[in-house]
Design a protein around this ligand. Structure first.
Ligand code: CTP
Ligand code: CA
Length: 227
C-alpha cells in the first residue's frame, strides 16, 4: 500500500481536509452544533492519502476513527478549527467538508447555567458570527492553495444556491448535495452530489460516500496533472 501511495498521482502534494461539526459552548455542559457525522470528509481524507497525498485532517468532534496515513488534528470550535488550519498551512489543495457553526454564543458561561425553578428559562442567547474558514482559505494571497474545494449542503434549489456559494466564497469547486429530510444523506452511508466548477455543473450518481470520495480525489489528481 505504501509503495502504491509513494507512486500515486498526488505524491508530493499536501492537502487539507476539514471535517465534522464544530461545537460552540454555551456553558461547560451545553453547546450549539450542526448535524454532521464526518463520514464524507473522513472518506475524502482517506481517498486522497490513497493517491499519495500528504493529508492533514482537521476535525471537529465525531465518533469516527481517524483514517490511517493522515495527520489528524482534533478541534472543537470554529475559532479553534481556523487556528489549527493556520498552524498547519500552507497546502497545495484544501477540501472543506466541515459543517462549521455559523455563529457562537457571545458569552460562554464559566459555570453551568442553572435552572432555578421548573418554569425558569435563561435570558435569550446572543450570537456572534464565526470566522468563515473556507472563505479565508480561498482569499487571494501567497498562501492560497492552488485548488480549493468547498461543500454546500442545501435543502432546496441545490444548484442555484451552490453556484452562488462558489462565487461568494471564492473557492474553485463546490460539491453540492441535497440534505433535505427523506434523502437519507445526512448521517447516512451514501451521497448524491453535484460538482460545480467554473465550467459548469455535473451531476454524479447516487453512490457510497467512499465512492464519492474516490471520484473527487481522482478528479483533483487529474486537475494537478493537467495544470
Ligand atoms: N464553511 C467554513 N466556515 C464557516 C462556514 C462554512 O469553512 N464558518 C465552509 C464549509 O466547510 C463548506 C462551505 O463553507 O465547505 C459552505 O458551507 P455552508 O454552511 O453551506 O455555507 P454558508 O456560507 O455558511 O451558507 P449557509 O449556511 O447560509 O447555507
Ligand atoms: Ca453555514
Amino acid at each position: 500500500r505504501h509503495q502504491q501511495q509513494q507512486n500515486g498521482p498526488l505524491a508530493g502534494k499536501s492537502v487539507l481536509v476539514t471535517a465534522g461539526p464544530t461545537h460552540e459552548p454555551l456553558d461547560p455542559v451545553r453547546y450549539l452544533a450542526n448535524r454532521s457525522s464526518g463520514k464524507q470528509g473522513y472518506a475524502i481524507a482517506a481517498a486522497l492519502a490513497d493517491l499519495g497525498a500528504t493529508v492533514t485532517l482537521v476535525s471537529g468532534p465525531t465518533t469516527l476513527r481517524a483514517p490511517a496515513d493522515v495527520t489528524y488534528v482534533a478541534c472543537e470550535t470554529a475559532c479553534q478549527m481556523l487556528e489549527c488550519v493556520k498552524s498547519a498551512a500552507p497546502f497545495d489543495a484544501a477540501v472543506c467538508t466541515a459543517a462549521v457553526a455559523d455563529w457562537r454564543p457571545e458569552v460562554q458561561a464559566g459555570q453551568k447555567i442553572k435552572k432555578i425553578s421548573r418554569d425558569d428559562v435563561p435570558a435569550p442567547i446572543r450570537l456572534v458570527a464565526n470566522p468563515d474558514i473556507l472563505a479565508e482559505i480561498s482569499a487571494p494571497g501567497p498562501q492560497r492553495p492552488a485548488l480549493v474545494v468547498g461543500f454546500a449542503a442545501e435543502t432546496e434549489k441545490v444548484e442555484a444556491h451552490a453556484t452562488a456559494k462558489r462565487q461568494r466564497k471564492g473557492c474553485d469547486w463546490i460539491v453540492a448535495n441535497d440534505v433535505s429530510a427523506g434523502t437519507g444523506i445526512m448521517g447516512g452511508d451514501r451521497n448524491q452530489v453535484v460538482l460545480i466548477t467554473a465550467q459548469g455543473s455535473e451531476r454524479w450518481p447516487h453512490m457510497p460516500k467512499e465512492e464519492v470520495a474516490q471520484r473527487l480525489a481522482s478528479r483533483m489528481a487529474d486537475w494537478f496533472t493537467e495544470t
